[in-house]
Design a protein around this ligand. Sequence first.
Ligand SMILES: C[S@@+](CC[C@H](N)C(=O)[O-])C[C@H]1O[C@@H](n2cnc3c(N)ncnc32)[C@H](O)[C@@H]1O
Length: 585
Amino acid sequence: MQKGRDYFIKAIRRSFSSTPSPISQMDQSTRYRYGPALKWNPMVEEYFVKAYGADRFARISTALTCPSCYSCIRVNTLKSTSDTVIEKLLEIFKERGMCNVAVQECIGSAESLKAIKCISKCQYPGLDYVVFIKGSGPHAIHYGDNEGKPLKEVIVSRKCAEAVLRGAQVYVPGVLACSAHVERGDEVAVSVAVEQAGPDGGWGIAMTRGSVLQGSQADPYYFERDGFYIGQATAMMSRAEMFRVSEGVAVDMKERVFRLPSFYDLLEGEIFLQNLPSIITAHALDPQPGERILDMCAAPGGKTTAIASLMKDKGEVVAVDRSHNKVLGIQKLAAEMGLSCISTYKLDALKSVCRGAEFDSLPNTCSVENVQTTRATDVLSTGIDGCDAQLLSQTNFIDLQLKDGQYTSKAELRKRIRQLKNGPGRNHTAGGRVEKSKGFSPNSFDRVLLDAPCSALGLRPRLFAGEETIDSLRRHAKYQRRMFDQAVQLVRPGGVLVYSTCTINPGENESLVRYALDTYEFLSLASQYPKVGGPGLTGSCQLPDGFVEEWLKPGEENFVQRFDPSSDLDTIGFFIAKFSVGLKN
Ligand SMILES: C[S@@+](CC[C@H](N)C(=O)[O-])C[C@H]1O[C@@H](n2cnc3c(N)ncnc32)[C@H](O)[C@@H]1O
């Protein structure tokens, strides 16, 4: 494994060491810029170019590399109101001196109207629990010239950079490389290492964590980082510390290419940072207090908690996910938001339907009837379960017996140990109980949300897209159909099924709707999606005329597009379809 990696690193180095240096003459201001070009798998690129046309796809591709120019938060209406949240946010931004945020410019302003423009409630009726915080960018950053010497630099991982572009800080695990002699308080230019094509045709980061940067062309990713500078920061620790400690802010972003506020640790439980289309999805499901709702692929629980809030925490929201840890995450989020109508289960959504005899013969069947539910509010009092510190010193993990008498696999154990090591951060849970479900009776839900696993190609910012292949896109589409087959059986006649997916790929969204219409009968269908009109993976997927009905006022433009002022594109890239289920055969 290590040998293969070394070969990979050497091959990449070799391929660049002989490259003449076009950048050596380059002016510093053009060297440290943001203007990334998204890398695609060539066949996927060709497919999208056919679907959208070359120009339009180029614009989509560029727009994907930028965050939207606002942050969107959902106010937990059980705990607060939009007005209170707006007031509190203005106060916090002022206190924390978040002067690199567009909002800060407004706070100092005598015109309160200007501030209102920067933090505002969604004006659409029924969505006033959504608050927008305006950001800005892209900004040109002056990195300084360090008196003729090379600038000190830090390279971060792509995932880290994508979060930073949306307002996050750079935490220790995100740092990949750093200049020599960086001390706390030093100014550093922050750039991103994105995956590169390796000699075997795969993609990878050919860089060892902890690499020393010299500020020369021999630095790892010197050429590849051109156009990938995301801002200037102050080091919060020395270089040595960055690679020694396991947590903390490594560098504090002072000047960002995109200025959006960080919501880390802010008004926890009172607000939830969530993309607008996700909020709209819960809104489209239109859950009513007292109903029984299923959220089929629920983690991390953003839509689950939105649904529970819309129901005023009355009724039952059943949230399932196939990942144990992710289910714990949903419980934690629900508890944080004070929602008690959410029950969580670990379940493979492809096995969601449990029928009569089969159902009765299963001793541990989890259903509404006989499940020992794990209510979200229980989890706050649950400690680390089935795993104690002794496990960390074990070297032979095979068939290791846990305290609770269950055996665990090596992989599961490693996962738990990793969890212990990383600590219970916002995205980590401290362990807890998760009930397994064996499925649910047909027709047993008033509404079902299928937020299907997808390519996520609609999500931005995105700095790399090369991992998707035509085959992987096809697999998503097939997988989604199988899930839809399950979902549709669980909705009671007269109930509602909402399917949502975050993609620009018509082969995932339009073709699913085509499949659904060809296979099942529905009373009506409302959809909110970008009409691309191109060939899907399974052929053209235009919906029949008259069948698509917007649930907004007829003729109104695409909802998501309307709330995406940073872009003139209608295709980045969320799709929602709402099916009213009729009487079943
Ligand atoms: C698009 S995310 C869902 C996001 C979530 N609905 C929200 O709004 O917070 C897809 C989720 O589906 C889960 N998933 C993937 N395949 C699954 C399966 N076969 N059964 C259950 N969950 C699955 C993944 O673990 C992932 O958490």
